[in-house]
Design a protein around this ligand. Structure first.
Ligand SMILES: [Zn+2]
Length: 223
């Protein structure tokens, strides 16, 4: 058995044990989404409760975790999931990459959160004025290229820009929405673990856009 397999099995074993020990309440995707949106409303109103961010919360989660949601968000410094959802330690399992696209590593991280930690919800979170989406538009429309490994990010964004382009003139707002929708569908169909959990009704996957000025998360329609 290769070293990586041994590590994975060890992690699964430890997690299975900690899951039995956890005292956190099971909630479904709809309830998790409501908690997130309630937290976002507190954030927009400046009424954050900063739940479970203290020493006691750290102690409570030191030996186990049961996050209520997976967030796939952009790396943008203004889009910090725990802050904008007014969430605490242990609440969110966060995957961040510029442009909030689904990478293989991101998929694997989500599979762990669903299969081992029992996460019932994925929210793909795009945001206004996303530089990665803007670069994706430039790459698609003008064949622009970018230094280093940046172009590799855009390969995942350009399909969404192409979909937006097929519907009319591409605006940033439209491309951002399509990019979220594309990643949301990609999560629903990804691999066997995520797609099976969705089919069995154990995993809810939604898309949203974060508005930088208001702080509000807008949930996008599924279609
Ligand atoms: Zn961004």
């Amino acid at each position: 058995m290769c070293h990586a397999s041994i590590l994975v099995l060890a992690a699964l074993s430890v997690s299975a044990q900690t899951r039995r020990e956890t005292t956190l309440t099971n909630i479904d995707g709809a309830a998790a989404l409501k908690q997130l949106m309630d937290g976002n409303e507190r954030f927009t109103k400046g009424e954050e409760k900063n739940p479970d961010r203290d020493k006691a919360a750290r102690a409570k989660t030191a030996t186990s975790q049961r996050p209520m949601a997976i967030v796939l968000s952009c790396s943008d410094s203004r889009v910090a999931p725990e802050i904008l959802f007014d969430a605490g330690v242990g609440d969110l399992f966060v995957v961040r990459v510029a442009g909030n696209t689904l990478t293989l590593e991101g998929q694997a991280s989500m599979e762990y959160a669903v299969a081992v930690l029992g996460c019932p919800l994925v929210i793909v979170l795009g945001h206004e004025s996303c530089g990665a989406v803007d670069a994706g538009i430039q790459a698609y429309k003008d064949n622009a290229t970018f230094p280093g490994r940046i172009d590799s990010l855009l390969d995942s964004i350009e399909p969404a820009v192409a979909i937006a382009s097929a519907k009319g003139p591409v605006t940033m707002e439209h491309a951002i929405d399509e990019n979220v929708a594309y990643a949301t569908q990609s999560v629903k169909m990804a691999g066997t673990i995520l797609s099976k959990a969705v089919a069995e009704g154990k995993l809810t996957v939604v898309g949203g856009v974060y508005h930088l000025d208001s702080g509000k998360v807008e949930i996008l329609d599924a279609n």
